[in-house]
Design a protein around this ligand. Structure first.
Ligand SMILES: CC(C)(COP(=O)(O)OP(=O)(O)OC[C@H]1O[C@@H](n2cnc3c(N)ncnc32)[C@H](O)[C@@H]1OP(=O)(O)O)[C@@H](O)C(=O)NCCC(=O)NCCS
Length: 143
């Protein structure tokens, strides 16, 4: 675990950065960080983080958030690059992620970093309003 961000800090920042029906709790972050293959990439000043998981040759980006007041400063670009480097260092050769179809900022970020859309999952996300939304599946292969 990164010394600079505790599970409670991760949960607080995640809840502030993403509107979801049920925010991930500190206990859930602690469990995730203890799960096989899961790793944390944290901004040194605690303004954002990425969570990744490596399973065999594949790396999945589980989540990536930047504090609302710290956006458009390149923090997510840096975290994404560090995620890919850490995954490669663990012998992953391809990266995958899912992003809400309406999330233009994240889709632009990933596209600018060379990620390509490979598919859709219909109704994958529940929105705070109780509706369902598609996920776009993206890949970076090779990573
Ligand atoms: C998506 C998110 C992580 C981007 O973080 P960020 O630190 O602001 O992104 P960066 O400053 O590194 O942006 C890098 C590039 O991504 C693209 N980008 C980022 N935000 C954008 C936006 N709002 N609109 C259009 N393009 C955007 C741009 O190409 C940008 O480069 P530029 O600033 O030179 O034009 C942030 O908006 C966020 O935390 N959103 C809520 C959580 C989320 O949706 N996470 C992703 C899904 S799990």
């Amino acid at each position: 675990m990164s010394p600079e961000m505790s599970p409670a800090a991760l949960a607080a920042l995640h809840a502030r950065a993403i509107a979801v029906p049920r925010p991930w709790t500190a206990a859930e972050f602690a469990d995730l960080l203890g799960a096989r293959g899961v790793f944390l990439i944290a901004d040194p000043a605690g303004r954002g983080f990425a969570l990744g998981r490596v399973a065999g040759p594949e790396a999945e980006l589980l989540t990536l958030v930047v504090a609302p007041e710290a956006r458009r400063q390149g923090i997510a670009r840096d975290l994404l690059g560090r995620f890919a480097a850490a995954a490669r260092a663990q012998s992953a050769t391809a990266g995958f992620l899912e992003v809400a179809a309406s999330n233009g900022a994240a889709r632009a970020l990933y596209a600018a970093a060379g990620w390509r859309e490979t598919g859709r999952r219909r109704g994958y996300y529940a929105t705070p309003a109780g509706a369902a939304e598609d996920a776009v599946v993206m890949a970076h292969d090779p990573l």
